[in-house]
Design a binder for this molecule. Sequence first.
Ligand code: M6R
Length: 363
Amino acid sequence: DKAGHKHFMAKEIAEQPGVIGDALQQYITAEGEINLPEKGIDFSKIDRITMVACGTAFYACLTAKYWFEQIARLPVEVDVASEFRYREPPIPERTLALFVSQSGETADTLAALRYCEGKAQTITSVINVPESSIARESDLALPIFAGVEVGVASTKAFTCQLTVLFLLVLKAAKDHGALDDAAIADHISHLRGLPAVLNTALEQNDALRDAARKLASARDVLFLGRGHMYPLALEGALKLKEISYIHAEAYASGELKHGPIALVDENVPVVVLAPRDPLFDKTVSNMQEVMARKGKVILVSDNKGLSEANEGVWSSIEMPSISDALTPILYAIPAQLLAYHTAVAKGTDVDQPRNLAKSVTVE
Ligand code: M6R
């Protein structure tokens, strides 16, 4: 049931404020305490984290690496499961092995989990399907409460994964003494405001549809982001290629001059994901290098960012403001809607893109 939407993907994008609200209700008590299932995780016994996943879930892990390292001061390694399982990396003691999977049945992720059995201090998974193989074989399985996701392109599972991972980061920061109670309470209050802010972001639907119509004729699209917006740039590019079949690549903004700028000309749209955060000026200077080579920029930023850097851009999309830490969850909405409307404009099969399966249960 598409609940009045043209595609499951559109429905699932629109559901995000609600399902994230559900996840927050499950994991935060009325008093504002983080509430993990009984076994929980004692991060004071953990010195490092290794995160493993595939596809969009891998980008959720990459985002969480920035959070764990910057907020909880815990070192994190992130791997795609197909590489991890055959590289057979040494797993030091006091390692938390963390697996992220919507379906909980992805073959490579499951094999990576089995490799960690008996080696990692504890095996935790962040999953959408509680009765899945990955959930069953974990010491602790944390459901994301996204509800059934039908669209092959993952949307609401991604933002629910990020939400649950962010809560784990706060728990780690608390156990390690990296944040005091007031700072944690501040993060929790921003989290609680997230569903309302996501609803405001969804109001940019028409502006994103207009930008997407312009993207639909492109052959190649670049996505740029810095810091924790870099994994989101990767996710935006993946979404676009999956459902519109346009070749899209993402780069950390600072990498632009190390190669990809050679691709830029008037035929290459460049999507820049840049909230007005401490790295904004650096990203804007990369964006100006793109425009100096006639690259067409779609700038996604907030009111303050756009008032400073809107000049000369091809399209701009205004996001509401939120705490810096939560921008990857918020900016997932324009990344998803841009891909969605581009695919609709091209007339591709949005919910069942060619060559892709919802769950990859064979290697
Ligand atoms: O079920 P999983 O989260 O383990 O699936 C991982 C990937 O196969 C999945 O995220 C895939 O990349 C999606 N099609 C992305 O939209």
